[in-house]
Design a protein around this ligand. Structure first.
Ligand SMILES: NC(=O)c1ccc[n+]([C@@H]2O[C@H](COP(=O)([O-])OP(=O)(O)OC[C@H]3O[C@@H](n4cnc5c(N)ncnc54)[C@H](OP(=O)(O)O)[C@@H]3O)[C@@H](O)[C@H]2O)c1
Length: 285
C-alpha cells in the first residue's frame, strides 16, 4: 500500500465543533436553529441516514423534525408548510419518493435559502451560474476534503465519474470554480480507464462497488471515493477497489471519508440558512 489515507473524521469533527458553537450563539440570541427532514419512504437505508442526521443535529444543538408522509400530495403540502414557517431554517427531502413523483418538481418548491442539500434545481443553476446558494453537501464535502489536505486543484486535471444532479454535476462545478480542468464521465463514456488514468484528482461517484480498479489510476493520483454500496454482511464499501491503494498517492476510506464530512457540512448549511447567509455568499473552497 502506498496511498495516504484521507480520513474525513478530523475535518468533520472540526466543522461540527464550529456548528455547535454557532448553534449555541444563535440560541442565546433567541434564534434556535431548526432543520426539517421530509420523508415518504420505508427504505431502511434512507431511514438509517435520517436517524444519523437527526442524531448529529441533536448533538450540535440543532432541532431536527422528521416529517413522514406517504404520498406525493403529502410531500407537497408538508414542503409548502415548511417553506412558510419562519422557525424552520433548513429543509431536506429524502429519496426515494412515492411512485411517479418528480424530485425536481417537489424539491423545486423548497425556497433556495432553506435548500440545505442543494436539491432544488435552482440551487444547481445558481452553482453553475456562479451565484450564491447551497451546493449539495456531498459535492461540497469532496472540495472541503481536498482543501483540508491541501491537494492542489488550480490547473490540475480533475476527472469526475458520475453525472448525477446530487453528486457528479455539482462536484464538477465546484472543481471548476477551484480552477481545475474538469472531465465528467458516465455510463456511456468510452474507455473509462484511459480517461481516469489522466486524472490528478479522481472523484468516483457511481454507486458500483469496486468499479475503479488499479488499472484506472496512475501513480500520483488523489482518489476521492464518494460511493456507498451496501455489502451482504451489512457493511458499506466504496466505488474504489482496495487494490487502488497500491497505486494512488492518496485515497479516502469508506466508511470514514466523504460520509462524515457530508453530514457535518449539511449542519453547517443549516447554520448558514439560519444566519441568512445562504444567499449572501458562497464559501470559496
Ligand atoms: N457519502 C455520501 O454522503 C453520499 C451521498 C450521496 C450519494 N452517495 C453515493 O455516491 C454514489 C453515487 O450516487 P448518485 O446519487 O450520484 O448515483 P446515481 O444517481 O445512480 O448516478 C450514478 C452515476 O454513475 C454513472 N455510472 C453508472 N455506471 C457507470 C459505469 N459503469 N461507468 C461510468 N459511470 C457510470 C451514471 O451514468 P449515467 O448518467 O450515464 O446513468 C450516473 O451518472 C452512490 O454509491 C451513493 O450511495 C454518497
Amino acid at each position: 500500500v502506498t496511498a495516504a489515507e484521507l480520513s474525513g473524521r478530523g475535518l468533520a469533527a472540526r466543522v461540527r465543533a464550529e456548528v455547535t458553537a454557532d448553534a449555541a450563539r444563535l440560541a442565546a440570541e433567541g434564534r434556535p436553529v431548526r432543520l426539517a427532514v421530509v420523508t415518504a419512504t420505508d427504505d431502511e437505508a434512507s431511514a438509517s441516514y435520517v436517524r444519523s442526521i437527526a442524531a448529529a443535529a441533536g448533538k450540535a444543538g440543532i432541532a431536527c423534525d422528521v416529517l413522514r408522509t406517504a404520498t406525493a400530495g403529502g410531500v407537497t403540502a408538508t414542503l409548502a408548510q415548511l417553506a412558510d414557517d419562519p422557525e424552520v431554517h433548513g429543509i431536506m427531502l429524502q429519496t426515494p419518493l412515492p411512485g411517479g413523483a418528480s424530485l425536481a418538481g417537489l424539491a423545486g418548491t423548497i425556497p433556495p435559502g432553506k435548500d440545505v442539500d442543494g436539491a432544488n434545481p435552482e440551487s444547481l443553476g445558481r452553482l453553475a451560474a456562479g451565484l450564491p446558494g447551497f451546493a449539495s453537501a456531498t459535492a461540497e464535502a469532496v472540495l472541503a476534503l481536498l482543501r483540508h489536505y491541501e491537494v492542489p486543484l488550480a490547473g490540475r486535471h480533475a476527472v469526475v465519474v458520475g453525472r448525477s444532479v446530487v453528486v457528479g454535476k455539482p462536484a464538477a462545478h465546484l472543481l471548476l470554480d477551484a480552477n481545475a480542468t474538469v472531465t465528467v464521465c458516465h455510463s456511456r463514456t468510452t474507455d473509462l480507464p484511459a480517461i481516469t488514468r489522466q486524472a490528478d484528482v479522481l472523484v468516483a461517484a457511481v454507486g458500483r462497488a469496486g468499479l475503479i480498479r488499479a488499472g484506472y489510476v496512475s501513480p500520483g493520483t488523489v482518489v476521492i471515493d464518494v460511493g456507498t454500496n451496501a455489502t451482504p454482511d451489512g457493511g458499506i464499501v466504496g466505488d474504489v477497489s482496495p487494490e487502488v491503494a497500491a497505486v494512488a498517492a492518496a485515497l479516502t476510506p469508506v466508511p470514514g471519508g466523504i460520509g462524515p464530512v457530508t453530514t457535518a457540512l449539511l449542519l453547517r448549511h443549516v447554520i448558514e440558512a439560519a444566519s441568512a447567509l445562504a444567499l449572501c455568499h458562497r464559501p470559496f473552497w
